[in-house]
Design a binder for this molecule. Sequence first.
Ligand code: MOS
Length: 686
Amino acid sequence: MAEKAPGVLAVIHHGNAPTLYRPDNDFMSASKPGEARVVFEDDRVHYSGQYVAIIVAETLEQARYAAELVQVSYAVEDPTIETDAALDSAYLPDEFFGEKLTTTRGDPDVALSRAAVTHAATYTTPIEHHNPIEPSASVAVWNGDELTLYETTQWVAGARKTVAQTLGMPEEKIHIVSPFIGGGFGCKGFVWPHSILSAVAAKRVNRPVKLNLTRKHMFSACGHRSETKQYVQLGAERNGRLVAIDHDTVVQTSMVDEFVEACGNTSRFLYSCPNVRVRHRAVRVNVATPTPMRAPGENPGLFALESALDELAYLLNMDPVELRIVNHADVNEQARRPWSSKYLKECYRMGAERFGWAKRAPQPGSMRDGNVLVGWGMATATYPGIRSPGAAKVRLLQDGHVDVVSATQDMGGGTYTTMAQIAADVMGIAIERIRTVLGDSLLPPAPVSGGSMTTASILPATRKAAQDALSKLRHLAATMPASPFTNRRPDDIVAEGGRVFPKGAHPSSGLPYEDVLKRTNQTEIEGEGYTEPGPERDKYAFQSFGAQFVEVRVDPEIAKVQISRVVSAFDVGKIVNAKTARSQGYSGVVMGVGVALMEHTVYDSRDGSIITSNLADYAIPVNADTRSIDILFVDKPDPFIDSDGLGARGLGEITVTGVAPAVANAVYHATGRRIRDLPITPDKLL
Ligand code: MOS
């Protein structure tokens, strides 16, 4: 019936889909698909929201109408939706992102049994969805046997590889374009079925096809954060020194792929402690596949660890900041390596000072503003300093403009700005003369805009490319006939501040860059830059740190938590651009407020359908939910992150970490109620 509906061009399903191939399942180096199972692979339905057919029509309305006519017949089975219902089949995944998921150092059991003070509790975090305001979309255009996909992707190079493998085509025939991204937060990091479907559909109907996900689709078609259940045990001496940490996590993964929210991995090294055990178990549920989301692992993991530490501080009658300083890890005890640089104590100091922490009355419920309970809480923030190989090109043009190009992406963090800024600095020209072109797989390769690695990966390459362009310019100037530089060696020529001049001469005597090109009839000079992490990665542990300080106001009559003040201090190496960096901080804190107070996806355990698949039922923070946010940076360069002396570890995800536990700790301080189950909604405080 659907096939005969007005305007319908094709109905594609498992019975008539072309052959597709499962791509590599390698997360970091190549191309983890959104799901290992390829779309329409068979006639099994594993979760609510899984695609069973795609309809292509002349108009969206016609396609929607025809979709209503599709009859799907299937045998109904009982789904497993809840973690607890699947616990019997929990298994121990071995590794994730190259990290072991079960590790022990020392003897935590003995240490716990002998510890002067112990604390043990279970902390849970719900399923959360990324919900960028721009939903995912894919426009497929075939030109003969070549495919162009206009995508909303955080990784054009990864998308090209995954799409090529899935369609069984050479990579050279695939072109991915994604110049702007309206937020991603992880759900656009990898290729999900809709991108494959747009390509398949466009081929079938022999014309371009546009496939936009609805908000409802965004809840089942491009990943989410798994629910987590974390059992944390801490043992300490009377003076606060930790003697044991045991962090035991259960997460969900899907029936069609494996993704593990590695909550405990930070607990291996965040504090100095001789006896540490970390374990992750996974259960399979009839829910779509999870994916990285806003500091995967660290975000829910720190909710558990940093809440537990706060509870320990009360048991010890110790200030929470002091407890953390007492347990400061001077080296990474898990990797047994020194930190490349670490200013966490400085973060505690800066944050506490700006916040006014010294004025905190320790007793819960002792700070009030009229009838309103006031609570002050804090937590540590952390995220690894990841860096990947990356390339960029810088082209100096005859008209005086400079093009900076790379296949990296800007999802709102300011990559366009910082790349132009670095190129302008090196070239010594105004930033207005720089044009940055990104998000196209034809450009020099770059890593995923994820893992907070873009700055550390791409800015050194940009700088190198600009330097290369200048050195070619100097060479050209030295060899061009009948010039002020004749018979000079390139080394004797300076290219600075937009002009080329002989060493020792006044810059104003020099020739503008573009004049060198004109005189030598060059349309452009192209500099290339490629940089990659080196042996420093085996010598040092690269990690960013921070401290979150939160003030909440709780109206006891309606159990409503208002976050009135947040002060965040971060050590992320050198700050390249104070404005874009601070802006990242604001967004991370806002997301943290969402995690703490609002965000959770609710499933119907009878059929696995999602009840909250819209932005009315899935609440995210608005301006009224976040009042004053102060973002501070230590701003000391990391001497080892890159060999170019840039010293920026980059930031993004660290800014969300630690917010939720700082809120929970502040709520306890205000009310004496310890909420170990996110989000902290009024029903839990009544
Ligand atoms: Mo991020 S969750 O690494 O896009």
